[in-house]
Ligand binder design. Structure first.
Ligand code: FMN
Length: 190
């Protein structure tokens, strides 16, 4: 055991040809620049289908519950599907109702077009809030995902900008994770 913060990084779609996995792996790489965190990579494809939703042991995936028990924060990388987030992400989040409270979350939205999943981000916020998570004011919209990784000069320029945005998001997530962890441990909640 070390005293690093456990940041759960979720790749939120099971789509076979998903491009968002490249973004999630990039986020994982950038996370390695921050010594104070352990990143736990959750590929949602390893969890689907789940036996159900909710708190009863028959419906829960124990791997997910154990991860949530030790988590200090979340970085969700999700594509925008029909202006919202994939159903598999909703199912995963709904599989645990007890272990998200007072933990921060950052959202990266991924799209092939120019909007970077901002409509998905707006939709996801209310679900995360209901689960007890603390949402950050910094999002990572990731538009033009095809272009960004095509190796062209324009793509590389886009990529550099996106890396900076991911770093900023980590800085905010880590600060909130520290503050909320010390709050959970040190301030009685009644
Ligand atoms: C079912 C489905 C719905 C989609 N809906 C949207 C959408 O509402 N807005 C958008 O910008 N892109 C949409 N896309 C395209 C995604 O932006 C594109 O697939 C992108 O690569 C990110 O998703 P991926 O990780 O599945 O590749 C949709 C794609 C799928 C498969």
């Amino acid at each position: 055991m070390d005293d690093k913060l456990n940041i759960v990084l979720i790749e939120a779609t099971t789509r076979k040809l998903r491009r968002s996995i490249t973004v999630a792996r990039l986020v994982e790489e950038i996370g390695k620049e921050f010594n104070e965190i352990n990143t736990i990579f959750v590929d949602i494809d390893d969890y689907m289908p789940l036996p159900g939703e909710g708190n009863d042991p028959e419906s829960q995936d124990k791997r997910w519950i154990e991860i949530n028990k030790k988590s200090d924060g979340y970085f969700i990388v999700s594509p925008e599907y029909n202006h919202s987030f994939p159903g598999s992400l909703k199912m995963l989040m709904d599989n645990d109702l007890g272990n998200y409270f007072h933990k921060p979350v950052v959202i990266a939205g991924v799209s092939i077009g120019q909007f970077g999943g901002v409509r998905m981000i707006e939709n996801l916020l209310s679900t995360l809030r209901m689960l007890g998570l603390i949402t950050t004011n910094i999002d990572v919209p990731f538009p033009l995902v095809g272009k960004t990784f095509d190796g062209s000069e324009e793509g590389n320029k886009l990529l550099e900008g996106q890396k900076e945005r991911i770093r900023k998001a980590f800085i905010e997530l880590i600060w909130l994770s520290k503050v909320l962890k010390s709050g959970r441990q040190g301030v009685p909640f009644s």
